[in-house]
Design a binder for this molecule. Structure first.
Ligand code: N2P
Length: 357
């Protein structure tokens, strides 16, 4: 009899362990339930302490995953294998997700902190009425350069990058739209150009930049700039403003031919399991104090007006990273190009990357 009891006890314990293990496995696969959300964000784009704070305040566990381009994020959401509850697409990717019916409309009643966002960033053409998205960070694409190494050299034109004396001196951020975009801008074409001939021309011109390119990099850009691994880089404004905190010789310019003005947003994809939890997370990130802490940590420009009041004046008055309307009006926001053209951008970018000599 004793043996039977022992056997039952053993089976019971093993079952409990199995249940816990399966639950954990489900969670790590992103099968989010009542008390879990899965957040899908760009790499290095949140203060992880805030995730901890959100978990403590709400009792909701956050599974956190990252991506390195809008295209990679779109593919994952289109495939639908993971239950992403919140994602952080840029504006043109919001348009694309909308077109494909892959977003849940936001319930503004659950987002009272939306009032904190500067009106300048609400009701934009890519999402009228903010039906599906709320702004997270914004910025430009431009040229970072190190004045200790380069003296008083300036970068007023994209074409300055092709100067023969910059051999092996330039880092590029790894993004098809970013790189093809400045290639197009350097030829005075729009960075939303759909003409295949113009796109090909831009790719050929970029190919001629190879002798000057040291590397094409991702999230390590900030660190490489700080460590002076290269004196010039084409990247997102926020990476540069962050790097400048640690290396005072770094400066930033948006070339005169124009450039990209971008807005990253928070959305609830159709893959979501916990829509209520997703709203709670978005509302938490819109809180003034939370957004200020996040901005301080990430270094990108916040669209949160209430948060701006809590930040150093020196930071929010820096027109290189918080450009006023007169400047942003001259910049272009990426448009959703349609499947075929986007594929052509990606294909030409890939060809360019393989053409290194
Ligand atoms: C942060 C990436 C910023 C994305 N590492 C700019 N859209």
């Amino acid at each position: 009899m004793k043996k039977i009891v022992q056997a039952f006890a053993a089976i019971f314990i093993v079952s409990i362990i199995l249940i816990i293990w399966v639950n954990r496995l489900n969670a790590s696969e992103g099968y989010t339930g009542e008390n879990t959300i899965t957040v899908f964000n760009w790499g290095d784009y949140i203060d992880m302490d805030l995730i901890k704070r959100f978990e403590e305040e709400t009792g909701i566990t956050v599974i956190y995953e990252t991506f390195d381009s809008n295209e990679a994020m779109l593919t994952k959401i289109q495939q639908g294998g993971t239950s992403y509850d919140v994602a952080v697409p840029s504006e043109y990717a919001v348009e694309r997700l909308k077109e494909e019916g892959l977003l849940y409309p936001l319930d503004h009643e659950k987002l009272p902190n939306l009032v904190n966002i500067d009106e300048r960033f609400l009701d934009m053409p890519y999402d009228p009425g903010n039906q599906y998205s709320v702004p997270y960070f914004w910025g430009t694409v431009g040229i970072a350069y190190n004045t200790r190494i380069l003296g008083d050299r300036t970068f007023e034109s994209w074409n300055d990058l092709w100067a023969p004396d910059l051999r092996n001196q330039i880092l590029l951020i790894d993004g098809a739209r970013e790189v093809m975009g400045f290639g197009l801008n350097s030829l005075n074409y729009s960075l939303n150009d759909k003409n295949p001939e113009h796109l090909y021309e831009a790719k050929e011109k970029l190919k001629k930049l190879w002798p000057n390119i040291k590397a094409i990099v991702g999230d390590e850009m900030k660190m490489l700039l700080v460590n002076e691994e290269a004196p010039v880089a084409v990247t997102w404004s926020g990476d540069v403003s962050e790097a400048m905190w640690e290396n005072e010789y770094i400066d930033y310019a948006v070339p005169k031919e124009g450039s990209n003005l971008w807005f990253d947003t928070m959305v609830i994809p159709k893959t979501a399991d916990n829509i209520d939890g997703a709203h709670k997370f978005i509302n938490f990130m819109l809180d003034a104090e939370v957004a200020a802490q996040n901005t301080d940590y990430i270094g990108y420009a916040t669209p949160n007006k209430a948060a701006m009041e809590l930040l150093d004046e020196e930071v929010v008055n820096d027109e290189r990273f918080y450009p006023p309307d007169e400047i942003t009006e001259k910049l272009e926001v990426y448009e959703s190009l349609g499947k075929e053209t986007l594929a052509l951008y990606s294909e030409l970018y890939l060809q360019f990357k393989m053409e290194r000599k």
